[in-house]
Design a protein around this ligand. Sequence first.
Ligand SMILES: C[S@@+](CC[C@H](N)C(=O)[O-])C[C@H]1O[C@@H](n2cnc3c(N)ncnc32)[C@H](O)[C@@H]1O
Length: 207
Amino acid sequence: MPMNAATERDDLRRRFFDQSAEEWESRNYPPETRARTEELMAGLNIAEGMTILDAGCGRGILIPMLRKRAGPLARLIALDASAPMLAGVADKDSRALALHARAEQIPLLNDYVDMVVCFSAFPHFSDHSVAAREFHRVLKPGGTAHVLHLASREKINRHHDGHHAVHGDHMPDENAMRALFAGAGFIGLALQENADRYCFSARKKGV
Ligand SMILES: C[S@@+](CC[C@H](N)C(=O)[O-])C[C@H]1O[C@@H](n2cnc3c(N)ncnc32)[C@H](O)[C@@H]1O
């Protein structure tokens, strides 16, 4: 895609998320969707005291769910490119660190987090391979990355194509995801997918 077109798309998407921030949760997270999101979190191997990065956190819907599982001493880091979205995080958990940054340039040290959770956000990142490399860089050896959605890849892509601001924000197909994450250095790549769930996981080599 020519540079100008890419920048215009990024701007359009950013404005969309900025403008949607205030009503994001009331529109997108009725109780039934929250319950399904809790179930997704229950499927992750979250242990007490972990350092967890929520990449593309939006209003921080996951933060209380992560806190419940990782406990009071866990370090929870919420990262989003939209400041109005990120503003929702402090109300939920005053101990969570909110980072206004892009997943393609994560302002964290190497080998810093135990887990990266990327929920309903990966297709919106403008450079998937750079984001996968950043996930790998900030993970500790043995740490895991999880790209999660409450729908199949096909449904996600169709849903995005129905909205002008996120049209074309596609989840790569399985081969492309494997290539992206293997190329970033990950091992243990696994995809579980059905009509209501997309769970891709990968591990950084190490202990
Ligand atoms: C569909 S929303 C999902 C937010 C949240 N995970 C949720 O489920 O409520 C996608 C989020 O990704 C963020 N985003 C888009 N591009 C990003 C990027 N390059 N880096 C970090 N966040 C980004 C948007 O600002 C938005 O908050």
